[in-house]
Design a protein around this ligand. Structure first.
Ligand SMILES: C[S@@+](CC[C@H](N)C(=O)[O-])C[C@H]1O[C@@H](n2cnc3c(N)ncnc32)[C@H](O)[C@@H]1O
Length: 248
């Protein structure tokens, strides 16, 4: 049986190997402030002005067994800020679920803005639609019910490469690399790709986790972290979000 120290050493070795041998060396990381319930409530109260339709959509998602797939309100606010800051008019969402992240993104767009929203579930996305209507953003959301890789490829085939300002990837993890490569073609120079769940509940540093989803997340982290085509960073909000800006 490995003791705690041995587990830690193995985890560091695994992560070091997976980020191309770049172990910490001279780098350092500040441990973030622990998000207690009180602090979390303070952040939401002070920084997040959630529209009533957003709260209603979260409430409508609560009865679902898979409700944990929904991004947090604080993360929705970050996406909203980012889309606004980019001056985005056209965005892509890969993984809609009940449409909470889609709503935050659409709210940040101008009236003639467009979200191409990709998902395969009629059941889950139909829960979102009345709430998109209530938020006044339904007309901006073009929901495409098909495997996301097919939808993204069809956009490229239709001549829309470079036409998007922002993409948010939050669907099946095993296809993250495919989604990243397709979105990299679809966003303009200076556009941003956000990738969700890149810490995967901490599994990325657990040497015992070798399932396909965990390996896919490790692979995309290693790739984007050293990809010369983008400037990238990781935000440790929620389950970890990578932000990658496409270089000219
Ligand atoms: C983590 S949830 C998305 C959560 C959403 N961004 C939110 O904040 O509420 C993942 C979604 O990806 C969808 N999905 C899974 N495989 C897919 C595929 N091949 N193509 C498109 N969507 C897929 C699922 O139906 C599910 O709704």
């Amino acid at each position: 049986m490995l003791d705690l120290r041995q587990h830690w050493d193995r985890a560091v070795a695994v992560v070091g190997a997976r980020i191309g041998g770049r172990t910490s060396g001279s780098a350092s990381s500040t441990r973030g402030t622990d998000m207690t319930d009180e602090l979390s409530a303070y952040v939401l109260e002070t920084w997040v002005d959630e529209p009533p339709a957003g709260a209603d959509l979260r409430a409508a998602t609560q009865p679902l067994a898979r409700r944990g797939m929904q991004i947090g309100t604080d993360q929705g606010r970050v996406l909203h800020w980012l889309v606004r800051t980019l001056g985005a008019t056209r965005t892509i969402e890969v993984g809609v679920f009940t449409g909470y992240s889609t709503m935050w993104t659409a709210l940040a767009l101008p009236d003639d803005g467009e979200v191409i929203a990709c998902d395969v579930s009629e059941e889950w996305t139909s829960i979102g639609r009345p709430h998109w209507e209530a938020a006044g953003v339904a007309d901006k959301i073009d929901l495409r019910l098909a495997p996301a890789a097919d939808t993204l490829q069809s956009l490229i085939d239709d001549g829309r490469a470079g036409a998007f300002d922002f993409a948010f990837i939050d669907a099946d993890k095993s296809n993250y690399d495919t989604y990243y490569e397709l979105c990299l073609q679809l966003v303009r120079d200076g556009g941003v790709i956000a990738i969700d769940n890149v810490l995967w509940g901490g599994s990325v540093v657990d040497p015992m986790r070798t399932d396909a989803d965990t390996e896919a997340i490790r692979a995309i982290n290693a790739k984007v972290g050293s990809d010369d085509r983008v400037d990238a960073c990781l935000l440790s909000i929620g389950d970890g979000v990578t932000l990658a800006t496409k270089k000219p």
